[in-house]
Design a binder for this molecule. Sequence first.
Ligand code: NAP
Length: 295
Amino acid sequence: MAEPIFRRLCIIGIGLIGSSVARVAKARGDIADVVVATDANAEHLERARELGFADVVEADTGAAVEACDAVMLSVPVGAIGAVMQRIAPHLAPGCIVTDTGSTKGSVIRDILPHLPAGVHLVPGHPMAGTEFSGPDAGFAELFQGRFCILTPPEGTDPATVKKVAEIWRRAGSTVEFMDAATHDKVVAIVSHLPHLIAFTICSTADDLAQETREAVLKYAASGFRDFTRIAASDVDMWRDVFLNNREAVLEMLARFTEDSQAFGRAIRWGQREYIEDRIRRGRKIRRGLIERKQA
Ligand code: NAP
């Protein structure tokens, strides 16, 4: 077994993502000697004790990070600033703070003002997930074959970046590097806009008259069903994502709105070629995903 990357890793927020990281660390034994789990939700702490994916379960966030050489924030992105402020006085010099948040510009903006001198920040985003949340939803294989994007601000100590990258590699992911602004644009189109569309289409169906709504549910297998899986995602997480990736989501939404109106216009005016071109492009993207084994 390889040398563990860290002596003591604290994971704050042991929901789907945090508990999955804890599970991989436990299963492999070479991510940290000791994994400490903490969470604001007392029931989740109790579940962590029962499930046994952490060596130490600590209710007090400040006490949890003490003497740790790495801390991973895995709470909704809107909570990251307050959590960072709370733990800052307890962080040991040299400690590496990382996160799993779905937005990166806002995370850096919210963490940096509280980052003590001598403590390092390496922001990260595992591109893996499901529509489920909480400690029972996690599993050790979640990150296998997926990407993890790291967005270290300029001037970050390369040795600390290497260590955080190694967590994700050992969890089975391919690590990519990007600046935070590029990351936020990319995820706005590949993840945040699709979620926005899924939430909207489900609300639209829900607004329909009773009779029509029942028919929608009955015949959902025609395509609607795929949207409902995405739309079943966690409320707090997604509210925070939209509010904290505001500019990029609004930009992608504006482009999407223009394009969908153009599609509508083509239908109205019977522009067969336009419609065929859109469908072909959809099929091409899907084939590309299958070839890259990302489908
Ligand atoms: P989750 O399953 O809801 O877990 C988050 C955990 O953090 C919950 O136990 C939550 O408790 C707890 N929490 C909330 N506020 C807290 C605070 N102030 N202090 C301590 N604990 C707090 O969410 P998740 O899906 O693991 O997401 C965690 C992070 O990873 C988010 O930033 C998200 O954007 C990112 N992420 C998610 C996915 C995905 O597909 N789900 C993928 C990649 C990245 P309560 O439930 O009581 O609020």
